[in-house]
Design a protein around this ligand. Structure first.
Ligand SMILES: [Zn+2]
Length: 128
């Protein structure tokens, strides 16, 4: 299965090799973070020696147009566009380090991933 992620602002492709590459900003830190493309896989890659504090809130942005990916529907979620099996989806994910909550939304349904998805399900249901 291949997942192709793109920026909702500039439509630039965010996949690089086997990761989704985003700019992560927290306080004075600004780093490139690689995410696993499979929804529900929370493996990330960080710059060498860098560690992320669990519970910290991150602002993710597009490395191509620099715009923030924070979603319109909730300030605690970021979003990207994604195509899998020729179907367009919008993917929402938590901005909190260590919080595993991802929503994959297509015209037909909403998939929930991660053990903390329940924390955001009301926002998702309310606005989708
Ligand atoms: Zn962009």
């Amino acid at each position: 299965m291949r997942w192709s992620y793109s920026c909702p602002h500039c439509s630039g492709i965010l996949n690089r090799e086997n990761s989704i590459m985003l700019i992560g900003t927290h306080d004075d830190d600004r780093i490139i973070i690689g995410f696993h493309p499979a929804p529900g896989n929370y493996q990330i890659s960080l710059p060498p020696g860098y560690e992320i504090e669990a519970g910290s809130s991150w602002d993710f942005s597009c490395p191509l147009c620099q715009k923030s990916l924070v979603s319109d529907i909730s300030p605690t979620l970021c979003c990207m566009d994604m195509v899998a099996k020729d179907v367009r989806h919008r993917v929402y994910f938590s901005r909190i380090a260590g919080e595993h909550a991802t929503f994959v939304i297509s015209a037909e349904d909403i998939e929930h991933h991660g053990e903390h998805a329940g924390r955001h399900s009301l926002e998702i249901l309310q606005f989708v």
